[in-house]
Design a protein around this ligand. Structure first.
Ligand SMILES: [Zn+2]
Length: 84
């Protein structure tokens, strides 16, 4: 039996074994990377390239950079946004 090593730090030490390889965290299409772990109850998932993708489309990059959400999650959260 082998003990499973749990990665304690989310860094670029992650190795992508997908084919084709997932886009790196620095790529514009980083969200296209496959999801490694998903925590819908917590509202985030970890992509293969180390990017943490949040429910509201916000992102946390492996280098600590935060990307602001680009889309509203729930239309009609108090504000009346009428999309014409
Ligand atoms: Zn991958």
């Amino acid at each position: 039996m082998q003990a499973v090593h749990v990665t304690t730090t989310i860094t670029d030490t992650l190795t992508c074994r997908h084919e084709p390889a997932c886009p790196p965290a620095a790529a514009p299409n980083r969200e296209a990377a496959l999801t490694l772990v998903c925590y819908p109850e917590q509202g985030w998932s970890l992509l293969c390239n180390g990017v943490v993708l949040f429910d509201d489309t916000g992102e946390l990059l492996p280098d600590g950079e935060v990307v602001a959400p680009r889309r509203p999650t729930d239309p009609g959260q108090g504000t009346s946004t009428s999309a014409a």
